[in-house]
Design a protein. Structure first.
Length: 319
């Protein structure tokens, strides 16, 4: 397999394994941006911002204010303002953030919003290409000693958050997979988790209301740590995750209104044990890239050590 990803991706500073990071494609710079996350071994949180181009990973120097260290936040590229948009997340003290930041390529700026999308983590965030807004759904927010799942919908219009009040909404959840589908011309939300267990349902957001689409559900797709994108090359939704049975990475393609299991070639040293996944389609390289944290248990002479490593790999579907 000939990868379209730059061959020299290693950067010693970037080798810290992380959970809860965010990766987005920046259509202004035509590069990938990677922010934050937490080291699952040392429990250290980060707030560094990186970019990936043909020369590899580079850490972006930041002057002035910047978001606090965090993980499980949401970040997208706001196509209306050509800025990165960051919201919420889990802090190093167990606190949950409700702040919103934008990055213009040079500086981070906190948004002094009169309307906040509330402190939350693990929410779904994506661009609605139909009207160039950003859609936020659900997540978990603190209530007493526990976090409760949410099912509210918010729109970022480039200036502020505006809460939506649809007649029908998906049940409360966090960790749902949400993406814009040009085929449906709307945002699709699939799966998620709550205090009551996991979901495999599918919902469509048309800009004003949610509509359940049972034909797109993941009822027969047994994957954990799922990630989803619209792959322009394949003109389809691509879903990647680890199998519940053997923990190997697996891929599914939406063929019309039916999910089909596909043979998958992962260009990395292992396809087993991925803990946290994000999937990005790079339009300039015309390929899908899987970003993961791989946790492995190394057994020494006297003890057992849990190690982690960052993995990034081109996703190749074998038809």
């Amino acid at each position: 397999m000939v990868s379209k990803i730059p061959s020299e991706l290693q950067n010693p500073e970037f080798q810290i394994p992380r959970l809860g990071f965010s990766v987005v494609y920046n259509s202004q710079t035509k590069r990938l941006n990677y922010f934050g996350g937490m080291d699952p071994i040392k429990k250290e949180f980060h707030n560094d911002l990186w970019e990936l181009d043909q020369d590899g990973w580079k850490k972006i120097p930041i002057n002035g204010n910047l978001p606090a260290e965090r993980a499980f936040m949401g970040m997208v590229f706001d196509r209306r303002t050509n800025n990165l948009l960051l919201h919420g997340g889990l802090g190093s003290l167990g606190n949950i953030f409700g702040d919103t930041w934008t990055f213009d390529g040079v500086n981070w700026e906190i948004i002094d919003s009169s309307l906040s999308a509330y402190p939350r983590l693990g929410f779904s965030l994506t661009n609605n290409l139909k009207n160039e807004t950003v859609v936020l759904f659900g997540g978990a927010t603190p209530q007493g000693r526990y976090n409760i799942a949410l099912n509210d919908t918010w729109i970022w219009d480039g200036i502020d958050w505006v809460q939506q009040f649809p007649a029908t909404s998906p049940p409360p959840r966090s960790s749902g997979n949400m993406v814009f589908s040009p085929i449906e011309n709307c945002v699709i939300l699939i799966g998620g988790e709550s205090e009551r267990g996991g979901y495999d349902d599918a919902w469509l957001w048309n800009g004003t209301s949610w509509l359940e689409r049972s034909s797109l559900s993941l009822k027969h797709v047994a994957l954990e740590s799922r990630a989803i994108i619209f792959d322009t090359n394949k003109n389809s939704l691509l879903l990647v995750g680890k199998k519940a049975v053997d923990q190997d990475i697996d891929a599914w393609i939406l063929d019309g209104e039916k999910w089909r299991d596909k043979l998958l070639n992962i260009n990395s040293h292992s396809n087993h044990g991925f803990t946290y996944n994000q999937l990005i389609y790079h339009p300039d390289w015309q390929t899908s890239i899987l970003f993961s944290t791989l946790q492995e248990r190394k057994i020494g002479e006297n003890n057992t050590v849990l190690e982690g490593v960052n993995i990034w790999s081109e996703v190749v579907i074998i038809d």
